[in-house]
Design a protein around this ligand. Structure first.
Ligand code: ADP
Ligand code: MG
Length: 435
């Protein structure tokens, strides 16, 4: 007789939960994404004790029928895709149909929901993977998900959680990013009965940045807006007098999804070469819009990592739009020195900087190697010396900054690029830094 058997669904969900729900912040991310996918205009997130003892996400989205309120807890149950073809054109934030199944397997979970326009709503109670109650009730339109005692029955997980304060900070950092990613949604974040921030949902990105990160930070941002070859870059980047000691504020959103991508980081940081000192990092709240088929978000269950089908074009789009925005903002010396040191013709430079203009969408994108000769490393010191008054400008620290745990190193352009050598040369590596 064989020794292999198919695992019970609740055990399978528990295993999957390891990938989807690492900590309270990952549960909040999934629940808030569900609220966004449901078309919410207002999303309120409340946590207690870092989200471990209590976590609630309330939205005014489409809500769920009584049947869906139960079936949403099953693994691979989703309303967002139907077949494999849909995977190639995902616009919803969710699609794997596993978040609620995973979350419900590691917490005491209640869903209170009512379809828009329905007479009444439904409450579903699921305790650590087992549905223990379903009831009809007069709930508001939309959905509220409440999780209590996260990982209470999974000691192995519980012991890997950090202090309540650290977990709470991670949730807050996530909420801040979620809020700026959708300025058209009004977000409210409450931790331990204190309102931490709220955005108005007026659709204005600068207002959302102001509400979330504060006046000083918002004041140091300059707009970036460019479009070429089906890729649109928009948002805000920091002016060179604002620098940071880490990458925490390099925020990228692709089709409104918060992503982490080495390609995007490298493009951004390379564009700042000669503007900010080596070892310092810029900030950005940058949105890329591209065709859903140009990017693969299905790399990992957390959906934070992405793969681009044409990486170089994405790199160029970010690099040139940032570079152009910086040039437009900052006086010419830097540009002139760069032109001279790179031996660039006026025509080439104009084509490059033309990328940043939405009105003159003309220039064919130049590759980085066109602009930056491979074997011309830059001096380690910035090409342009900062203006006298910039020297006196104190380096701003944002309103709330997570403690810096690791010293971060400049990131090289991905080594798979044929132009990586050229780009790498532009990032003055710290002594002893090896690729
Ligand atoms: P996915 O988001 O990948 O589809 P989830 O497990 O997160 O998977 O959710 C399963 C389904 O439950 C969703 O496809 C959606 O139909 C429904 N759902 C979840 N959360 C909400 C919500 N806040 N409002 C309306 N429907 C929801
Ligand atoms: Mg989901």
């Amino acid at each position: 007789m064989g020794i292999i058997h198919v695992l019970d669904m609740s055990v399978a969900n528990l295993i999957a939960a390891g990938e989807v729900v690492e900590r309270p912040a990952s549960a909040v991310k999934e629940l808030v994404e569900n609220a966004m996918d449901a078309g919410a205009h207002t999303i309120t997130v409340e946590i207690k004790r870092g989200g471990v003892s209590f976590l609630r996400v309330t939205d005014d989205g489409c809500g769920m029928s009584d049947a869906d309120a139960v079936s949403c807890l099953q693994r691979h149950a989703t309303s967002k895709i139907k077949d494999a073809d849909d995977l190639a054109r995902i616009l919803a934030l969710g699609f794997r149909g596993e978040a609620l199944a995973a979350i419900s397997s590691v917490t005491d979970l209640r869903i209170l929901t009512r379809l828009r326009g329905a007479q009444s709503g439904t409450l579903v109670h699921c305790e650590y993977g087992k549905v223990t109650g379903i009831a009809e009730g007069g709930y508001p339109e939309g959905t509220t998900v409440i999780c209590e005692g996260l990982f209470a029955h999974v000691p192995a997980r519980l012991q890997f959680l950090k202090s309540d304060q650290s977990e709470g900070m991670a949730v807050m950092a996530l909420m801040e990013k979620m809020a700026v990613s959708h300025p058209e949604i009004a977000f409210r974040f409450i931790a331990d009965e204190q309102s931490k921030f709220h955005t108005t949902g007026d659709g204005n990105l600068k207002n959302a940045i102001y509400a979330v990160y504060g006046r000083e930070f918002a004041g140091k941002m300059t707009e970036v807006s460019a479009s070429s070859g089906g890729i649109t870059v928009s948002g805000f980047i920091s002016t060179p007098e604002y620098v940071r000691g880490n990458r925490h504020m390099e925020l990228f959103f692709i089709n409104s999804r918060l992503v982490s991508s080495k390609t995007l980081i490298a493009a951004l940081e390379n564009a700042y070469t000669s503007y900010i000192p080596v070892g310092k990092f810029p900030a950005c709240v940058m949105f890329l819009k591209l065709h859903a088929s140009a990017v693969d978000v299905n790399v990992h269950p957390s959906k934070a990592e992405v793969k681009f089908h044409r990486e170089k074009e994405i790199f160029d789009a970010v690099y040139y739009s940032v570079r152009g925005a910086l040039e437009a903002k900052i006086a010419r010396p830097a540009l002139d020195v760069i032109k001279k040191t790179q031996g660039m013709t006026e025509e080439k430079w104009n084509a490059v900087s033309g990328f940043t203009s939405l009105k003159t969408e003309k220039p064919e994108q130049l590759s980085v190697t066109d602009v930056l000769p491979e074997k011309k490393p830059e001096p380690a010191t910035p090409v342009s010396s900062p203006k006298p008054e910039q020297k006196e400008t104190p380096i701003l620290t944002p309103k709330r900054e997570a403690p810096e745990v690791f010293a971060e190193k400049p990131l090289h352009a991905p080594s798979t690029f044929d132009y990586a050598a050229g780009m790498t040369a532009r990032v003055a590596a710290p002594t002893g830094f090896k690729k």
